[in-house]
Ligand binder design. Structure first.
Ligand SMILES: *Cc1c(COP(=O)(O)O)cnc(C)c1O
Length: 393
């Protein structure tokens, strides 16, 4: 693989083939140098004094990833008490953890308040009342933000769009005012602000500009209401088709949209919750070819990884770039690359052009650092994939 230069950084996306040959496959391989460069790029691009970046923990909860992100000084955005605990264990200060989710249980809310998380992002009137009850019984003031459904279309896959009126997330704009008042007036709540999230794998930045305009209008509508934080969520997408051309997303352009279009009040903070954009490109799923099978009309490369190790292709019709990292062949052939699981959707690529591939070769499924390892399952009684870091761990 070639070296890619971006923003003055040299990124050698090469794999330690000998180490990987000896490792048990399938496994996730993480390029820690690229992760560090990505975190540096985020911190540089978000250097605006009002900006605070959180990492959306659900993208990857591998402790080696979490501790590195925590060390870079980001906060954490979490969606279950398990994620809150994992973030605390990895070194994120509790005060820098926000906890979102439509179905937080009483046990989760209690534990989060006891741990002192920075904010609960509330998704309904019903949840807000439960938080008030629990905060009262613990004798604490619960820090809360209201998750508002901004009705901005992220133009992404319908399974990962979250900001539209009909979806289960957030509070409708039309239902917001009484909840804002409840937050302001309850002695058991400490109102932190408003939270938005429009969806995931957003590659056209226009929806973010529309989100800024929607937030500006809301801030005018709620003039006089203290709103210390605006949390604009995450969703910035990455280049799955050509990871070596864009190993690091264009964070400058992303943060610039908010710096330019969001009208902030004095002392107001803007929070961001990026998941995929931070961890996707540093991870690859490494898998070994078990068989090259000649069918009637097609050749199949059957690998030892399946949808249980990387479910995005089966779940979202996603495609990860596939590379044969051990082949020295100069000639190519066309293959379907499939896993061993008993489901027809267990397919990583159709009509993939690869160097002539043999049993025992290693393939890398690129850009798999986000929503990869963390979504692995044991369906078919399969073993969960391991992980390997380019340095340390
Ligand atoms: C999933 C999620 C994110 C992160 O999404 P990415 O697309 O990985 O950036 C941020 N905020 C909330 C509320 C989420 O649910």
């Amino acid at each position: 693989m070639d070296n890619t230069v971006r923003g003055g950084l040299t990124h050698a996306a090469s794999f330690p083939v000998e180490r990987l040959r000896e490792a048990e496959t399938p496994l996730y391989y993480y390029d820690t140098r690229l992760l560090r460069q990505t975190l540096d790029a985020v911190n540089t691009a978000a250097s605006h004094p009002a900006f605070r970046v959180h990492y959306a923990v659900k993208a990857n909860t591998n402790p080696g990833i979490l501790s590195r992100v925590a060390a870079a000084g980001l906060g954490a955005d979490t969606v279950s008490i398990g994620e809150v605990e994992a973030a605390v264990a990895a070194g994120f200060p509790a005060a820098d953890i926000v906890f979102a989710g439509v179905g937080k249980t009483d046990r989760e809310i209690t534990r989060a308040l006891r741990l002192g998380v920075g904010c609960l992002n509330v998704e309904s009137a019903e949840e807000l009342e439960v938080i008030i009850e629990i905060a009262a019984s613990l004798g604490v003031k619960a820090p809360v933000a209201l998750r508002v459904n901004p009705e901005v279309d992220a133009h992404t896959h319908h399974y990962i769009t979250t900001g539209l009126a009909e979806n289960k997330f957030g509070i409708a704009l039309s239902m917001l005012r009484p909840l804002m008042e409840r937050c302001r007036d309850s002695e058991h709540l400490d109102f932190r602000g408003l939270h938005f999230h429009i969806g995931s794998q957003v590659t056209d930045l226009t929806p973010y500009r529309l989100l800024c305009e929607r937030i500006n209008a809301l801030q005018e509508e709620y003039e006089g209401f203290p709103i210390p934080w605006i949390n604009v969520g995450g969703g910035l997408g990455i280049d799955y088709a050509d990871p070596d051309a864009h190993p690091i997303p264009d964070f400058d352009a992303y943060f610039e949209i908010f710096a330019r279009h969001l009208q902030l009040r004095p002392d107001q903070e803007v929070h961001f919750e990026l998941g995929r954009a931070i961890v996707a490109q540093c991870g690859s799923l490494i898998t070994r070819v078990t068989y090259v099978k000649q069918g009637v009309a097609k050749k199949f490369v059957i690998v030892d990884a399946g949808m249980t190790d990387l479910i995005r292709p089966a779940l979202y019709q996603a495609h990860h770039k596939i590379e044969n990292i051990t082949s020295t062949a100069t000639e190519e052939a066309v293959y379907d690359v499939v896993g061993p699981v008993c489901e027809s959707s267990d397919c990583f690529g159709r009509d993939e052009r690869l160097p002539i591939t043999h049993r025992g070769d290693l393939l890398a499924l690129r850009s798999a650092g986000a929503y990869g390892e963390v979504m692995a399952s044991a369906y078919n009684c399969r073993t969960l994939p391991g992980s390997l870091f380019s340095e340390g761990d």
